[in-house]
Design a protein around this ligand. Structure first.
Ligand code: ADP
Length: 451
């Protein structure tokens, strides 16, 4: 339950992080787009004001840039401000002041703009500066960009000569365009943010899935390991506590308790070795020690030890090993696979039962040389529904039976890892008339077949 809350918490954190990232990205994108739009509008407007200024100052026709070459082109560059604004619709109002700040071109202002523009004042500190100006008349407010210039007395136009001219460009339409653009941009960003919520949720779920899975596996693994270690520890503790109550006894008198404790110590040793092996396999630190192996003698020797163990338990072990030549694999690890399979086969075969080991060289489906090992027993067999599960860590078909047999469900998981690491295959089938058959196929890398 606690684990589930931690997982949810992690997923939630990831979701928030992704959402914030999306939000920041969209906000940055929105700002950049808005800034560019804003710039393009005002750049054109400022250029228009400068152009108008040049028109007044020079009072001369504008040269056609396209027809100019060489040094002429430089002149054209200089006269860039003489190029009319792109849209061609630049129309400014011109208010002419005398030295005392009185508007002297009232008749030129036009009836429509007169009411608004007559309130304009001469602010000399704005000379040669582009400024913003808002004017209100009859409840209507107009917004302007302005440029105040002082026209020299030498100017051929008598209306402007020696006067101040305020060039005014009405920007109401541009402000409206900016407002509309801002509204459209914010609406689009909100829609995308809502989409981002769904995407962030989906991403956080799908990216957390493998992490949660690995996390659960790890948690189950540690939980199971602790559980498996607790039983032998409890037995050892009980035996030792019992021995403490008999301080005068000789070891010989309490041999059974000592031997039980020792058995549990051995069991724990096996378990910790297996846990270590799996932990190292998970972190990929186990390197395969590929060695050239003479197969027949190596297999006979590996199986021989188990023949004695089977006999001591009134079980029979038949070995049918016919493998010529050499093969390359990690002999220690493959022997461990054999040990796990033979150990289980003998363990689960009843008294007077038979365990059979077959070994032969085969060609796998891709026509590569492979070693095929088969360990068959006449035990209780394995139900179809459990044939794949038994290769999972800590999986045992019958917990009570296995607590007696001393297994902890790690052997086949290790065997599977070793075989897979060798690019081989392992599976289990039913034996006839009873029991199970474990099949292992290991590719033999460099095969030197003996003649
Ligand atoms: P264990 O140490 O418990 O034997 P394994 O991983 O080797 O762990 O085996 C997992 C489970 O598979 C065993 O607990 C047992 O239930 C089942 N099993 C393995 N080998 C055999 C077999 N030869 N016959 C029947 N059941 C088997």
């Amino acid at each position: 339950m606690k684990g589930k809350t931690a997982e949810k918490h992690q997923q939630w954190q990831l979701f928030i992080k992704e959402l914030v990232t999306f939000a920041l990205l969209f906000a940055a994108l929105g700002l950049v787009v808005y800034f560019l739009f804003y710039q393009s509008i005002y750049h054109e407007m400022n250029h228009g004001l400068q152009w108008q200024k040049n028109q007044i100052m020079q009072n001369s026709p504008v040269p056609r840039v396209n027809h100019l070459m060489g040094s002429e082109a430089q002149k054209a560059q200089k006269a860039k401000n003489q190029v009319p604004p792109k849209d061609g619709s630049f129309r400014a109002n011109l208010v002419v002041f005398n030295k005392n700040g009185r508007v002297i071109n009232d008749p030129m202002l036009g009836e429509r703009d007169y009411d608004l523009l007559k309130n304009t004042q001469l602010i000399k500190r704005h000379l040669n500066r582009i400024s913003n100006l808002s004017l209100t008349a009859d409840g209507i407010t107009g917004h302007f960009k302005t440029l105040l210039i002082k026209v020299p007395k030498s100017n051929p136009n008598p209306v402007y000569a020696g006067r101040y001219v305020l060039i005014m460009k009405n920007i109401d339409a541009d402000l409206q365009a900016l407002t509309n653009f801002r509204t459209a941009l914010v609406t689009t960003l909100i829609i995308f943010w809502i989409l981002a919520i769904a995407i962030a949720y989906f991403l956080s779920r799908s990216s957390m899935k493998p992490i949660i899975l690995a996390w659960r596996k790890q948690r189950d693994f540690s939980g199971n390991a602790a559980h498996e270690l607790r039983t032998p520890l409890t037995v050892i503790q009980n035996q030792l506590e019992y021995l403490l109550t008999k301080p005068k006894s000789r070891i010989m008198d309490e041999a059974e308790e000592v031997s039980t404790a020792l058995d549990e110590v051995r069991h724990m040793q096996t378990l910790t070795n297996q846990l270590l092996m799996l932990a190292r396999s998970d972190s990929n630190v186990i390197q395969l020690n590929q060695t050239d192996v003479d197969l027949q003698p190596w297999l006979e020797k590996s199986v021989k030890l188990y023949s004695d163990i089977a006999t001591s338990q009134q079980k029979e072990l038949k070995a049918n090993i016919k493998v010529s030549g050499h093969g390359s694999f990690d002999p220690d690890l493959i022997r461990q696979v054999l040990t796990i399979l033979l150990d289980n086969a003998i363990k689960y075969t009843p008294t007077n039962g038979t365990v059979t080991v077959n070994a032969k060289r085969i060609h796998d489906p891709l026509q590569h040389e492979a070693l095929h090992l088969q360990v068959a027993d006449t035990g209780p067999g394995i139900a179809d529904s459990e044939k794949t599960k038994i290769f999972e860590r800590f999986y045992r078909t019958d917990k009570s039976r296995n607590s007696k047999t001393g297994g902890n469900g790690l052997g086949l998981a290790i065997a599977k890892w070793i075989v897979t690491r060798h690019h081989g295959k392992i599976n289990v089938k039913d034996n006839e008339p009873c029991g199970s058959v474990f099949n292992v196929t290991i590719p033999l890398k460099s095969a030197k077949t003996s003649v």
